[in-house]
Structure formats: structure tokens, C-alpha cells
Design a protein around this ligand. Structure first.
Ligand code: SAM
Length: 196
């Protein structure tokens, strides 16, 4: 097994903001089910696993009180996310979940969040995540897990497939050489979208 445990790492993930990971929406979601959390309006120890380009984590770190931790094992993602973290104060690591879970300096966590990642990772890595949650989630804390599903993403899927068709046509056109760099990059982005 390679270092990614089968995770697709040849294409960088898209820049995506997940508002459901924000502390206030998590608190609201729990309240709407009659569950009172201790995560509203106070400094938090917050962790996002598999933060991708880091947009969500950096926005939440900039807008909330506390320490915002995150890990993602793709170096290009972490490099992009660190540019924002220089302003947001998020603590970003380039560790695999397995290595990150072994850190001795991890505090008890009020929130552990993970979007769009569970359905991509191996059973072994899922077990690592669950073990981290069991050991490190504070009493009254929140574990949030979500992933994109076809009913909600059908419109975006259609748009992505149309973009891929357009780019493939472009690749075959006489202007191919001139457009090649940009179109390859855009094709990669569209493909990443179709299997999010
Ligand atoms: C599909 S992306 C989702 C990114 C982000 N959560 C979002 O919604 O934009 C999954 C992310 O998890 C990271 N990842 C997958 N397996 C991992 C592992 N074992 N350790 C650390 N990061 C991992 C990938 O590098 C990737 O950035």
C-alpha cells in the first residue's frame, strides 16, 4: 500500500467553503434537534481533518475564538492553506491522520469536523479517525461528518461534465498547443469536482 492508502492524490482538490463546519451552524444544528452544546460563544479547541485547500478552516479560525487545528497530507494543499493561515492563525499540519492522531500536544477537542473525506479513505483510516474522536473529543463536544451525495450535487455534476466536454473539444482543436497549460489545469479541476 502506498503512503496515501489508495487516496487519489494526482489532482489537487477544489477550493471549497463548507459553511456546515462553522461553530455557530454546528451549534444551531444541534439546538434544532434539542441538543445543547458547549461550543457557542467561547474559545474553542477545533480540529478539521482533511482540510483540502483550507478555505473553511481558515475562515472559521479568522472568525472565531480559540485554536483551530487541521491536518491534510497533500503538500500542495497545505502550502496553499498556509498562505491563508498566516492571517487566520490556524495551526496547519501536513500529517496523515495516523501521524496526527499520535501527536502528544493535542488538547481535548470541542469540535472535530470532516467534510468530503470519509467516503474517500480506507477502512484503516476510518478506524484511525474514530479512535481519535473517542480519545480526544471533549465531553459535550461535537463530531461533524458529511460528504457530498448525488441528489444534492446533481446540478454541479452536470455543469462539471459540460466543462469536461468543452475542454476535451478544446484539446482536439487547432488552438490546442496555445491553450494546453490552462486547459489541463481546468480539466483537472473539473474532474476533481465530478468525484468529490
Ligand atoms: C475530497 S478532499 C476534501 C477537502 C475539504 N474537506 C473540502 O471539502 O474542501 C479530502 C481531503 O482529505 C485529505 N486526506 C485524505 N486522506 C488523508 C489522510 N489519511 N491523512 C490526511 N489527509 C487525508 C486529502 O488530502 C484531501 O485534501
Amino acid at each position: 500500500m502506498d503512503w496515501t492508502h489508495g487516496y487519489v492524490q494526482s489532482i489537487d482538490y477544489t477550493h471549497h467553503y463548507c459553511r456546515e463546519l462553522s461553530p455557530s451552524l454546528l451549534d444551531f444544528a444541534c439546538l434544532s434537534r434539542g441538543i445543547s452544546t458547549n461550543i457557542a460563544d467561547r474559545p474553542l479547541e477545533y480540529l478539521e481533518l482533511g482540510f483540502g485547500q483550507g478555505l473553511s478552516l481558515n475562515v472559521h479560525a479568522a472568525a472565531s475564538q480559540g485554536e483551530f487545528w487541521g491536518t491534510d497530507f497533500i503538500p500542495a494543499h497545505v502550502a496553499n492553506a498556509r498562505e491563508l493561515a498566516a492571517h487566520s492563525g490556524a495551526r496547519l499540519f501536513e500529517d496523515s491522520f495516523e501521524d496526527f492522531a499520535r501527536r502528544a500536544d493535542l488538547p481535548e477537542l470541542d469540535v472535530i469536523g470532516m467534510h468530503g473525506t470519509w467516503s474517500w479513505i480506507s477502512a484503516q483510516n476510518r478506524a484511525v479517525v474514530l479512535d481519535l474522536v473517542r480519545r480526544k473529543l471533549a465531553p459535550g463536544g461535537v463530531f461533524y461528518l458529511s460528504y457530498n451525495a448525488l441528489p444534492g450535487c446533481a446540478a454541479e455534476l452536470e455543469r462539471s461534465q459540460a466543462r469536461i466536454r468543452d475542454l476535451r473539444d478544446l484539446e482536439r482543436s487547432p488552438r490546442r498547443r496555445w491553450l494546453s497549460g490552462q486547459s489541463q489545469e481546468a480539466l483537472g479541476r473539473s474532474q476533481a469536482c465530478t468525484f468529490a
